[in-house]
Design a protein around this ligand. Structure first.
Ligand SMILES: Nc1nc2c(ncn2[C@@H]2O[C@H](COP(=O)(O)OP(=O)(O)OP(=O)(O)O)[C@@H](O)[C@H]2O)c(=O)[nH]1
Ligand SMILES: [Mg+2]
Length: 193
């Protein structure tokens, strides 16, 4: 995909505050600190469009970016960050959940996992939930630059085996740092939008 323009549009606490022009949307979901905002930046060749941080809990609202005047990326708040007050965690969860179930223009979700770790119970819950909703989603194991190629192969097989109980799922690996796997992610995005 040739990126002609990519701009931040707004942050919303509710999905009905998002743009009403009915352009298709792709959302980025996953655990806090897994690398959602970094992947969004890498896909757009922009270092600082979405704010990233080594501290979990950076993205706290539905952040909306318009690309090529043609579609939106929605950067979702992450889940599973224990050091956030329960009330706030619930609010993020509800925000993401009501966005995913209530947004007709959502075409698909890029769901991130950390390639170094087996999926957490919350990852599994999320995947099961997405499967039940029948929203198209792509499972992506990110930070692949952190592993050697043999470690990467082993870890992907293990993650795949862990997810096999949930459904017949395929999983891509990528790195926001090196750009590995980004063309495959773009191919999927182009297909669903
Ligand atoms: N090595 C490496 N580090 C990465 C990669 N992607 C993200 N990171 C680092 O991981 C940390 C978290 O990245 P973010 O993109 O802010 O993560 P997030 O999922 O948006 O986090 P929240 O907004 O808090 O939910 C940052 O320190 C990034 O530099 C990657 O592909 N490789
Ligand atoms: Mg973020």
């Amino acid at each position: 995909m040739k990126i002609l323009s990519a701009e931040f549009i707004l942050s919303a606490a509710r999905h009905d505050e998002l743009p009403r022009d009915r352009l298709p949307e792709v959302a980025f979901a996953g655990r806090s600190n897994v690398g959602k905002s970094s992947l969004l930046n890498a896909l757009l060749h922009r270092k600082h469009l979405a704010k990233t941080s080594s501290t979990p809990g950076k993205t706290r609202l539905l952040n909306c970016y318009r690309i090529n005047e043609a579609f939106y990326f929605i950067d979702l708040p992450g889940y599973g960050y224990a050091r956030v007050p329960v009330s706030e965690r619930q609010a993020w969860g509800e925000m993401a959940e009501s966005y995913i179930t209530g947004r007709p223009t959502l075409r698909g979700i890029v769901h991130l996992l950390d390639v170094r770790h087996n999926p957490t119970s919350q990852d599994m819950e999320m995947v099961t939930w997405l499967l039940g909703l029948q929203v198209p989603f792509l499972l992506v194991a990110t930070k692949s630059d952190k592993l050697s190629s043999s470690q990467l192969g082993r870890q992907l097989r293990e993650t795949h085996a862990n997810l096999a109980a949930t459904g017949d799922l395929s999983i891509l690996s990528c790195s926001a740092r090196t750009g590995a796997g980004l063309p495959e992610i773009w191919r999927w995005i182009e297909n669903i939008i």
